[in-house]
Design a protein around this ligand. Sequence first.
Ligand SMILES: CC(C)(COP(=O)(O)OP(=O)(O)OC[C@H]1O[C@@H](n2cnc3c(N)ncnc32)[C@H](O)[C@@H]1OP(=O)(O)O)[C@@H](O)C(=O)NCCC(=O)NCCS
Length: 209
Amino acid sequence: MIDYTPLLFRVDPMTFQDIPVVMEIETVSFSAPWSARAYDYELRYNEMARYFVARPQGRDVRLNVPTKRSWWQRLFARSQTIAPLPIVGHAGFWMMVDEAHISTLATRPAWRRRGIAELMLIALTERAAEMGARVMTLEVRASNADAQALYHKYRFEIVGRRGQYYSDNGEDALIMTTPPIASAEYQRFFQARKTETLARLAIGDWVIG
Ligand SMILES: CC(C)(COP(=O)(O)OP(=O)(O)OC[C@H]1O[C@@H](n2cnc3c(N)ncnc32)[C@H](O)[C@@H]1OP(=O)(O)O)[C@@H](O)C(=O)NCCC(=O)NCCS
């Protein structure tokens, strides 16, 4: 369980109301994005799927403010800077027998490299463990070095390759899988990483702009 109280972000189950904002992130994050209808279907009918969104909580996480402000922007600057920011990321997995297969994971571009994907991955892993998952697994584009770096950080290893897996450009997929997530060794590693990530998300200058 993650104690979100001291954090600037929290991860909640995705709802139908979240889909329009999830689509904003989806379309700028993937070359072959899922449709809103696909998310609607997943939430409505796929009993083995779990989807989540990361969102800011509290007044310290603010919207991007323009660097050059007009007189009226300065007048309303305060209300502008404390406006709540909508969802900053989304992620999900399918439980397939004893494997949790990560089906999507994306962070809004302006909020990347701040640990938000890590927070979502931790939430996914904990939920999957509760549901009895032995390992976490996924397919990632062979060219997607950013995502591979994130997964390597959580000890996913490349265990296979699916040739020409992606229909938009014929790119190969790498299959990446964790060690058994309930093992004492992985848990020691995971808890240490979790502590670091939560500390990173509780402090720092979160105002962009
Ligand atoms: C991959 C992605 C989800 C990472 O999101 P993020 O919120 O920026 O990730 P985090 O800030 O939690 O990064 C955690 C770690 O991942 C690795 N990482 C993430 N982005 C990286 C990048 N651009 N270059 C190198 N390493 C990167 C780093 O190890 C990083 O830790 P560090 O910041 O301490 O070095 C994001 O870049 C994204 O949405 N990409 C488009 C969608 C996508 O490719 N999804 C994956 C599908 S399989």
